[in-house]
Write a new protein. Structure first.
Length: 392
């Protein structure tokens, strides 16, 4: 069994393939990074209350406790017909089943000038947690008091619906303490805040009044890094001291290259009973890369849920059993509005056989009524628990 990508989806799948098969299935996990770095919680590194080390977990537990063979490499090519994957090192790995959890690819060419600005380190995204997260924090630290941080948000769907709005809160929290004359300008291509809208707007008005400005329907089309400007489809240019431009997104490059992203050339349709690709047999796609079902967010928790359903279905098939006809998914997403106070959204999703898709269970989950420190403790316990679930 080959698993590609060691994020919330891939790491969980690798572990549960071993657990659910009573350690009988051989699992190889290919992942280029030395350790898992969590995208959820990473905005706190930008806000300054946490470090990258706080959200980093080694892959050693998968090997030591579960017998997963972890290979530090990339996958350069997948041959679905021959069921072989060629690694970046040149090695070729055969598979019976391939679990692909490639995350997202940032479509830099969707915003003119952004690719060059990103390569120069002048306009960052930090939408994949790691060194760039720290680099964006340093840009904020270097910004003069009285400066403007500009955050642009692409049209949905994108990874982590509430993530940009949480980031705006984290930057505002830092400015409030260290650069009180500074401003956070949120320029959103969507018609309104895509997740927890009323909660975020209330925080911006009451906690960061006069510091955070939100403008909907602002689709970024170009950047001028030298001038510190973002250009929009309709509205006037906007200048900022720190530009954090998030471009459109699609499934990770290897999924697109393999021909799995058949939904608008961006996302990978799957059979939701097993998460097997509808474009290639024996390849199961998880997480942010898939064409989502109604009400299904692109979140770390959801990728973890995908992985468990897929692992169970794969082990069932290998044993000649039918997959679970009624799988369930859960999701919780916590957003820190400062260093300690948090709001959440949660949901439960059931497979609807008649429609062959997942739908949100009516009345499940829900929203916080207001930010509070108790939810901040819940958020950290959620993080530690899900990291252990995937990696320990």
């Amino acid at each position: 069994m080959l698993v590609v990508g060691g994020g919330y989806g891939g790491a969980t799948a690798a572990k549960y393939l071993r657990l659910l098969s009573d350690q009988k299935v051989e699992v190889v996990l290919v992942e280029p990074n030395d350790a898992f770095v969590s995208c959820p919680i990473s905005n706190l590194v930008i806000g300054g209350s946490r470090t990258l080390a706080d959200i980093t977990v080694p892959y050693a537990g998968l090997s030591t406790f579960h017998g997963v063979r972890v290979v530090k490499d990339t996958v350069a090519r997948i041959d679905p017909t021959a069921r072989k994957a060629t690694l970046g090192s040149g090695a070729v790995v055969g598979y019976d089943k391939l679990v692909l959890s490639p995350g997202i690819e940032l479509m830099f060419d969707g915003v003119a000038g952004l690719r060059e600005a990103q390569l120069q380190g002048r306009v960052l995204q930090a939408w994949k947690a790691g060194p760039e997260t720290v680099a964006l924090r340093r840009q904020l630290e270097a910004m003069p008091d009285g400066g403007t941080y500009v955050l642009t948000i692409p049209e949905a769907p994108y990874r982590c619906p509430p993530g940009p709005y949480e980031r705006a809160c984290q930057v505002a929290s830092y400015f409030k303490a260290a650069k009180p004359r500074s401003k956070v300008l949120v320029l959103d291509a969507n018609p309104d805040v895509t997740s927890k809208g009323a909660l975020f707007k209330k925080v911006w008005a009451e906690q960061y009044g006069g510091m955070v400005e939100y403008r909907p329907q602002h689709k970024a089309v170009a950047v001028d890094a030298a001038a510190g400007r973002v250009k929009f489809e309709i509205q006037d240019d906007v200048r900022g001291d720190v530009l954090n431009v998030l471009p459109p997104q699609r499934a990770g490059a290897i999924a697109v290259q393999t021909g799995l992203a058949t939904a608008n050339g961006r996302w990978c349709p799957v059979d939701y009973l097993s998460f097997e690709s509808t474009a290639a047999r024996h390849i199961h796609v998880l997480g942010d890369a898939i064409q989502i079902a109604p009400g299904m967010p692109k979140s770390g928790h959801m990728a973890n849920s995908h992985a468990k359903v897929a692992a169970a279905a794969i082990v069932a098939e290998l044993n000649g059993w039918a997959p679970n006809p009624a799988p369930m998914l859960t999701n919780t997403c916590y957003s820190f509005v400062d260093a300690k106070n948090v709001v959440h959204v949660a949901s439960v999703h059931e497979y609807v056989a008649a429609e062959k898709t997942f739908k949100t269970v009516a009345g499940s989950g829900g929203l916080s009524t207001a930010p509070n420190e108790m939810e901040g403790r819940y958020a950290w316990n959620w993080a530690r628990t899900i990291w252990a679930d995937a990696l320990a």
